[in-house]
Design a protein around this ligand. Structure first.
Ligand code: WTA
Length: 658
């Protein structure tokens, strides 16, 4: 794979080695029926919206059902924003009830496929019925508006039902990815002070059972806030049971009424907390609220994916990540679309699982991660070629920069040269897509997320906040507030301020490096802080380091990323052992397993390297740049036990301190 960008992350000097020259224009046939039909129409929308973002978003908000209209579109007391102030609405009513009076009533809202192969379809009417009953079950268990519900589920319709049920009664959901360990789950339950945990006995992943309930039992040993656990029966293996605390899902909803009026909620009522990695310490509980988030989710889904009434939309993300929140559940359902949901592994039982699903469900819009595309590319075109993919009309990517080679493979092999590709840039914090092509309007360049969505004031700036010239690297920032932005870090407004608004006062700092080319196109280069992006998932070096140090044999550790063909970045951990421990291949394996246990298998280091000391500056800061260089080079890889001696290198690099 050709690497097209390189970066030096201690400074904002990001050198771009290769510029993509090729431009792909939207086909006239696609453009003709698109929501936004031409580049000039898009540019005029963007210009007007930049001049008056509030007017633009005000208009967008009118597409939703409001119980009470808002008085003020935006109240901005930097860095705190309130959108659609005074307005009242209910998100689940916008995703369900409003589709029940017309022809969408019996339209498929969710089509779900389990890993073992079963398929379930829930129409809008059926989904509404299930959501109302589960909402009443939550109320019966004592959940009140504003209280937190932790959802730790496999990718099953009940995960979406639980989310929508919370939204219906004003409870705040915190979905924790089912791949996280008991320890990570415990920290998140504790931070949110969740009252209820909704889980399943297990979920299917690559033919094996992920034992979710066991992890919940383990986590709850230390979580006093949790009063009840609702357990969906999915995999059927034996599980532990705590009488009085645990309830089967089917028993909890049995006898519950299907009438549950949607709670009229303030536009700024908290909707969900979603934990994401930050550059320091523990995960941050990113808090989103109701009205603004839904406006952003609904409009971006409609325009970026150019939704049509007869689309079958498949976003492959898990609901445990923000992409699953916005583009599996809320965005598609707010638009009355059909959203496909899949439980299991992409290569199970054979590497053509995705292509077989696209063919069987006649998927028309497909949204996935570059890491998946690179995996499919390596497996070869014979797997997609086995299936009829002609139902596809639009492709999307998210999560990390896509290399032009993978982009072109995606376009040719999956999209049959006819489907536009939308490379969408956004973050857990942004709630929805911010930088993206619109498929009927924007000429695309492989590897570029192209231009900001209308109403989004993005720029690339230096440390002082001054725009950098075209072609130069800098910090990606968003100058003005937008409806879907996070409102705070749950329980920690100071961290919210310092994390996002202190680099350049009053302006949102994304943590990403980027450059703009002469056409104003954005090329996102990746994180510039200590956050890794492994297979499209954000991991904090600090978190992995503290997991390692919690092992009795480890004295100190430093975690960095090295470029990886498949994953984007791979985790490399430099480890100094306690005097009592000696380096061995077995210990390496044990440490990798330890990280998986403490955080989850996604955080497992690809490589562990023992060293007798870590290179540090005179003030004691670990010289990460040096370690990154060592990790990226061939070095001593292969020799599993050698201690690496950084003493000489460290002396050479001491000037970094000054
Ligand atoms: C990266 C996922 C380049 C970026 C929605 C961002 C991207 C982080 C792209 C957010 C893209 C996401 N091109 N980089 N199209 N999309 N990223 O919070 O570094 O899991 O800051 O949200 O992923 O990851 P998160």
């Amino acid at each position: 794979m050709a690497t097209t960008q390189s970066k030096s992350s201690e400074s904002a000097n990001i050198t771009v080695l290769l510029e993509e020259k090729q431009v792909y224009k939207p086909s006239p046939a696609f453009a003709k029926s698109a929501h936004v039909k031409s580049f000039s129409a898009l540019q005029s929308l963007r210009r007007q919206a930049l001049k008056s973002p509030e007017k633009f978003w005000d208009k967008a908000a009118r597409d939703l059902d409001w119980i009470k209209p808002w008085k003020k579109t935006l109240e901005w007391k930097p860095p705190f924003a309130k959108w659609f102030v005074g307005g009242k609405l209910n998100l689940s009513a916008n995703c369900l009830d409003r589709h029940l009076d017309g022809p969408r009533r019996n339209k498929a809202a969710l089509i779900w496929e389990g890993e073992p192969g079963e398929v379930r379809t829930l129409t809008y009417l059926q989904l509404h019925y299930e959501v109302c009953r589960f909402a009443n079950a939550l109320k019966h268990l004592g959940v009140r508006s504003g209280e937190r519900v932790c959802i730790y589920m496999p990718m099953v319709p009940e995960a979406a039902i639980a989310m929508l049920a919370c939204a219906r009664i004003g409870a705040v959901h915190s979905v924790v990815f089912g791949g996280f360990s008991a320890e990570s789950l415990r920290d998140r339950i504790h931070d949110a002070q969740a009252k209820i945990v909704v889980t399943a006995d297990g979920g299917w992943r690559r033919g094996a059972v992920v034992k979710l309930k066991d992890a919940v039992d383990e986590a709850l040993k230390d979580c006093k806030s949790v009063e009840h656990v609702v357990v969906l029966k999915r995999t059927g293996q034996e599980i532990g049971w705590t009488q009085g605390r645990d309830h089967w899902w089917n028993e909890a909803v049995a006898g519950q009424s299907a009438v549950c009026p949607p709670e009229p909620l303030d536009s700024e009522h908290p909707l969900f907390i979603l934990y994401t990695s930050g550059s320091t310490g523990k995960p941050k509980g990113v808090l989103h609220t109701t009205g603004g988030y839904l406006v952003q989710a609904a409009l971006t889904t409609k325009w970026v994916f150019d939704l049509r009434e007869d689309d079958t939309f498949w976003c492959t993300a898990d609901v445990g990540w923000v992409t699953g929140h916005t583009y599996v559940v809320y965005g598609p359902l707010a638009n009355g679309a059909t959203s496909l949901m899949y439980e299991g592994g992409p290569l199970h039982p054979t590497p053509d699982r995705f292509w077989s699903m696209i063919a069987r469900h006649r998927v028309s819009v497909f949204y996935t991660a570059p890491t998946a595309i690179r995996t499919f590319m390596r497996l070869g075109p014979e797997y997609p070629k086995r299936h009829d993919l002609t139902s596809l009309r639009l492709l999307g990517t998210v999560g990390e920069p896509i290399n032009p080679e993978a982009w072109r493979w995606y376009r040719t092999v999956i999209g049959g040269q006819r489907c536009p590709i939308v490379d969408t840039w956004w973050q857990t914090e942004t709630g929805g897509i911010l930088i993206t092509p619109l498929p009927g309007a924007t000429p695309t360049k492989p590897g570029s997320a192209t231009l900001p969505f209308p109403g989004i004031d993005a720029d690339v700036v230096d440390k002082q906040g001054k725009p950098v010239p075209p072609g130069s690297g800098g910090f990606l920032v968003i100058r003005k507030p937008w409806p879907g932005m996070l409102r705070t870090i749950h329980g920690d407004p100071e961290r919210y301020k310092s994390q996002y608004f202190s680099q350049i006062p009053g302006i949102y700092f994304t943590g990403d490096g980027a450059r703009k080319d002469k056409d104003g196109y954005f090329w996102v280069l990746g994180r510039i802080d200590d956050v890794l992006n492994v297979a499209g998932h954000r991991l904090s070096t600090m978190e992995i380091e503290s997991a390692l140090v919690s092992h009795p044999s480890v004295a100190e550790s430093a975690v960095v990323a090295r470029p990886d063909e498949m994953l984007g970045q791979a985790v490399v951990a430099f480890v100094t052992l306690q005097k009592s421990a000696s380096p061995s291949p077995e210990l390496k394996e044990e440490l990798r397993g330890h990280v998986a246990k403490m955080i989850g298998p996604i955080a497992k280091p690809a490589e562990i390297r023992f060293t007798d000391s870590l290179p540090k500056t005179r003030s004691g800061k670990i010289m990460r740049r040096l370690l990154r260089e060592v990790a990226a080079g061939q070095g001593v890889r292969g020799d599993v036990t050698t201690l690496e001696d950084f003493a000489v290198l460290a002396k050479l690099q001491q000037s970094e301190d000054e």
